[in-house]
Ligand binder design. Structure first.
Ligand SMILES: *[C@@H]1O[C@H](CO)[C@@H](O)[C@H](O)[C@H]1NC(C)=O
Ligand SMILES: *[C@@H]1O[C@H](CO)[C@@H](O)[C@H](O)[C@H]1NC(C)=O
Ligand SMILES: *[C@@H]1O[C@H](CO)[C@@H](O)[C@H](O)[C@H]1NC(C)=O
Length: 491
């Protein structure tokens, strides 16, 4: 057992001799840190240096839940996860305790900044330096003597992916180099500074949600929930299908076996590129331009005007179709016509090599026969629907798909009287200001969940952004995955 493990695992010893050791270690790491390191002097906790006793130990090195760590584990373990998104970069500094064998999330420090790494284009060093404020926060939040056992990862999503390999690799190299030369945190061994695959994004989000809901934390195996994520550029679905004769129906590249806390799970996952909300809007508009709908109203249209069934009556919008500007004129008076257009962009007819398929020729076990637990949806699914639900400050809300269909119809009618019904909900009013997109977005979300993924109308989905005050994205799950692999402790 290394010195560090020893210190962290034996609190009693730590309390007796900790002050001396802590002082020594702090000084040691301070001297060892590279010269270009930001000044960390003021980060050295003062309490252990004074003879004031255990009650003044800073929160950053103690647990709220226990004093003694599970044998062989450190009491406190930090993980730094940097989410390099297209519009900005964010750091999550998670503090876990090991009161039990599995890590328990105790608190989080979060910070974000703009712009994202891709904004820097050819200036790879500039991109790398843009993360400095986030790492300074990490240097301050994590006690100095734990810096070297606090793993860090930088995971980029769509923004960097669309820059192309050459530019994005140069940026990632510069980020890695800066982390290695300026900061004390060890970089996660595999894919530590990398563009994350959409499939991983979904699987980590599944871990996050099931962990925060306490579905995978107990030694007794529990049912797990499905997750559905909708971003601008992709959508993810992950769930643990029921087994048939002891075998999971998840197959091929969709099958993700994993284990946590002694239990095994076989997940089904798929990430659909091209079915994110922004891309869907574009596909719907293109379809409307290329397949003009019947002009029953006898409106006189010029050649560059198109009636749009997903935009409310009397709204006009300019749209660039290829290099040709088209004017879209709203004619929705119910959601039916819009739904037909939305359904057209899901490639349901595409050859399905492995049955059953959801859409776009993708294999997916049926949510009716192979899954009977709860379904959690977040990101744009949450953002677009919850403003219309009363009490939208409730952290987890549920809605049946039938209710969602009805809501969609009301928003698409865009009728003054219908809108009065939303008067009591402040956020709904402001959302309806953007109604040209709202009818289309809600229709797409309904279409994706019901027509695409095949969730029956009577089934409920839970909408959430945060569970127990923690974000539902991939970051926490990715950090928990890091903890399962203990190389950074020198173990
Ligand atoms: C199963 O999950 C429920 C819901 O989150 C939780 O309350 C319960 O404690 C879990 N049971 C076990 C055995 O983990
Ligand atoms: C989630 O949805 C299920 C129905 O699928 C419901 O029973 C449950 O109460 C919901 N959970 C929360 C926290 O709202
Ligand atoms: C949805 O609308 C239909 C038709 O207006 C109505 O009959 C039904 O009760 C509504 N269902 C829900 C769940 O709101």
């Amino acid at each position: 057992m290394s010195l560090k493990d020893n210190i962290m695992a034996r609190k009693g010893y730590w309390l007796r001799n900790g002050a001396i050791l802590f002082f020594g270690l702090t000084l040691f790491f301070f001297v060892m840190l590279p010269k270009s390191q930001p000044n960390i002097h003021d980060n050295i906790p003062a309490a252990p240096l004074e003879e004031t006793g255990p009650t003044t130990w800073p929160d950053s090195i103690t647990s709220k839940h226990c004093d003694v760590a599970h044998p062989g584990r450190p009491l406190i373990q930090y993980v730094l996860m940097i989410d390099a998104g297209s519009s900005g970069s964010r750091i999550h500094a998670y503090k876990f305790n090991y009161c039990k064998a599995t890590p328990e999330l105790e608190s989080e420090i979060f910070e974000m900044l703009e712009p994202g790494l891709s904004y820097f284009g050819d200036d790879a060093l500039g991109a790398a330096q843009s993360l400095d404020p986030l790492l300074k926060t990490a240097l301050k939040s994590v006690p100095v003597f734990l810096h070297k056992s606090t793993p860090v990862a930088v995971k980029a999503t769509a923004g960097l992916r669309i820059m192309g390999d050459i530019k994005s690799n140069r940026i990632l190299e510069a980020v890695r180099n800066r982390l290695e030369t300026v900061y004390p945190f060890p970089i996660i061994k595999e894919e530590g500074v990398a563009i994350m695959d959409g499939g991983d994004e979904g699987v980590y989000a599944w871990v996050t949600v099931n962990y925060l809901l306490s579905r995978i934390n107990s030694v007794v195996k529990n049912s797990t929930v499905a997750i559905m994520d909708l971003g601008g550029a992709s959508t993810q679905i992950v769930f643990e299908p029921l087994t048939v004769n002891g075998h999971s129906v998840a197959q091929g590249k969709h099958r993700v076996p994993m284990s946590f806390n002694g239990n095994n799970y076989v997940l089904y996952q798929h990430s659909y590129l091209g079915y994110g909300l922004f891309q869907a809007n574009k596909a719907i508009n293109n379809y409307v331009v290329e397949n003009p709908i019947d002009n029953n109203e006898d409106t006189v249209l010029s050649p560059d005007e198109r009636l749009h069934p997903c935009m409310p009556v009397n709204t006009h919008k300019k749209y660039l179709h290829g290099d040709k500007e088209v004017t879209l004129i709203g004619v929705s008076d119910n959601a039916n016509e819009c739904r037909r257009v939305v359904e057209a962009i899901f490639d349901k007819e595409k050859a399905c090599n492995l049955n059953p398929c959801s859409f776009d020729g993708v294999y997916q076990p049926s949510l009716t026969t192979s899954f009977d637990s709860d379904i959690y949806a977040f990101s744009f699914i949450f953002d677009r629907i919850t403003p219309f639900l009363a009490g939208s400050d409730v952290p987890i809300q549920d809605i049946t798909l039938q209710e969602l269909e009805n809501l969609t119809a009301r928003v698409c009618v865009a009728d003054e009287d219908e809108f009065k019904a939303f008067d009591s909900i402040a956020e709904a009013k402001s959302e309806l200001g953007k109604v040209a997109e709202m009818c289309m977005d809600l229709n797409y979300i309904y279409g994706l969940l019901h027509y695409g993924y095949g969730i029956p109308k009577e089934r409920k989905i839970n909408l959430t952004k945060k569970i127990r005050d923690y974000e539902t994205g991939w970051c926490l799950g990715a950090s928990i995955a890091v903890l399962e692999d203990r190389w950074y402790l020198g173990a």
